[in-house]
Ligand binder design. Structure first.
Ligand code: ZN
Length: 422
């Protein structure tokens, strides 16, 4: 798929943990409304398995004879076998999400109109999801801080694909338009699973919430998929009544527990699901860290009532969220603390990362979503633009790019796919 390349000499705007310093040595202005150069940003990894609940396809192909579902070949390392899998493109998910976030913003936004493909480069969503070139300065290239991975289905194409014929009926004559009116479409059947992974880097809580809003509501309202008739669409896959969703959060962007990645070649649902189960098994997590040479203490405090506790997050937030480092233990000693659906990795009092599991992960996303709603409701275009112009002015004055995120990944830039996703 053709991708719009960044302009040569473009200034790439990105983020670092602490406030950025321009090449002239002057600190760049700290931002408050956007995480671009803010203090107290976080890095968050959202891992979730989506399950097809009815006939779906991705994209809109109503004007061609055959709608083809995107597939790709993967190799299984154990025997070199070639497997054909469905692909749920990250750029498509990203495009659908951005539109949904625009709708949320536009409920109260008093700035210039901003939509795909006419991005304003001057609003909080542009500074979260990225853009190329502003009206004043074509060399500004803001990288997205929300990184979407393409999803490879667990089930193979040969068992998960069906082809349907649809009659196109002429509205005026009520006649089928002959052979030309027969539309063939490939659909993905119920029971196919798509593991999705999204990384949010250097984001404020409300920015996590903007993504969370899109993710939760697009799954809920079947907006990722076309042809979601009957029980169509997707939902969060479950195991024993618990949604397969894991949210990892770290202030420093350090994640000793790896994200639960289901390999692209895995075609067995039980084995794929086990990746998510293992990611919440403290015995396994302890063993994995011990193998790496750490001394690991496990503290389990399973409450008798397993239901999500709405007050728990608040208490944890005030607790010891990586702030108090006075009692930091030697760096080879870690504590795994499990309480309900929350696992913390601590080094002394320093929380390295927090893992939210299942219903608690959904609750985390839902809480951020509500924060995003109230932040966007209160944010005035002029105060946002004043902040951004000050920041841009400092970059331009320094004459050189601030430290760019060295990903080299075109997917993180504004992709032309954004404009065509549906
Ligand atoms: Zn915008």
């Amino acid at each position: 798929m053709p991708r719009k390349k960044s302009q040569p000499n473009a200034t790439e705007v990105s983020q670092v943990d602490t406030a950025q310093v321009s090449s002239a040595g002057n600190p760049l202005p700290e931002t408050i409304h956007t995480g671009v150069n803010a203090q107290n940003t976080k890095t968050v990894l959202v891992s979730a398995v989506l399950e097809v609940t009815g006939q779906v396809r991705f994209g809109d192909g109503t004007d061609v004879g055959l709608t083809v579902t995107e597939t790709d070949m993967v190799l299984r390392p154990s025997d070199g076998a070639q497997l054909q899998k469905f692909i749920f493109a990250g750029s498509k998910r990203r495009g659908v999400d951005r539109r949904t976030i625009h709708e949320l913003r536009d409920q109260h936004w008093n700035g210039d109109p901003c939509y795909i493909p006419n991005l304003c480069c001057n609003c909080p969503i542009c500074w979260l999801y990225g853009f190329t070139g502003t009206t004043q300065n074509k060399n500004i290239n803001a990288k997205s801080r929300v990184l979407y991975a393409s999803s490879v289905s667990v089930e193979e194409v040969q068992i998960g694909r069906n082809t349907h014929s649809r009659n196109q009926v002429d509205e005026k004559t009520q006649m089928t338009a002959g052979a030309a009116g027969i539309h063939e479409e490939e659909i993905i059947v119920a029971g196919v699973h798509f593991p999705t992974y999204t990384a949010l880097v250097h984001v404020l809580d409300w920015e996590i919430g903007a993504f969370a809003h899109a993710f939760l509501e697009n799954v809920n309202s079947n907006r990722y998929t076309a042809a979601s008739r009957a029980q169509g669409g997707m939902k969060f896959a479950e195991h024993e009544g618990k949604p397969l969703v894991i949210v990892d959060e770290s202030v420093q962007g350090i994640f000793p527990l790896p994200a639960p990645k289901i390999p692209g070649w895995e075609n067995n649902w039980q084995a794929a699901r086990a990746v998510f189960q293992d990611a919440v098994n403290t015995d396994r997590l302890q063993f994995a860290l011990q193998e790496q040479g750490f001394t690991v203490t496990v503290q389990k405090d399973e409450p008798q009532d397993q239901s999500p506790n709405p007050n728990a997050t608040e208490q944890e937030g005030q607790d010891d969220e990586g702030k108090d480092k006075q009692e930091t233990l030697p760096s080879d000693q870690l504590v795994l603390q499990k309480q309900g659906g929350v696992i913390k990795v601590k080094c002394g009092n320093d929380v390295i990362m927090t893992r939210y599991v299942g219903a608690r992960a959904l609750g985390y996303l839902r809480q951020r979503q509500l924060e995003a709603k109230s932040t966007l409701m209160d944010l005035k275009a002029d105060s946002f633009q004043t902040e951004i112009q000050t920041y841009l002015g400092a970059i331009t004055k320094s004459g050189q790019a601030p430290q760019a995120m060295a990903t080299g990944d075109e997917d993180t830039g504004e992709s032309s796919d954004d404009g065509r996703a549906d």
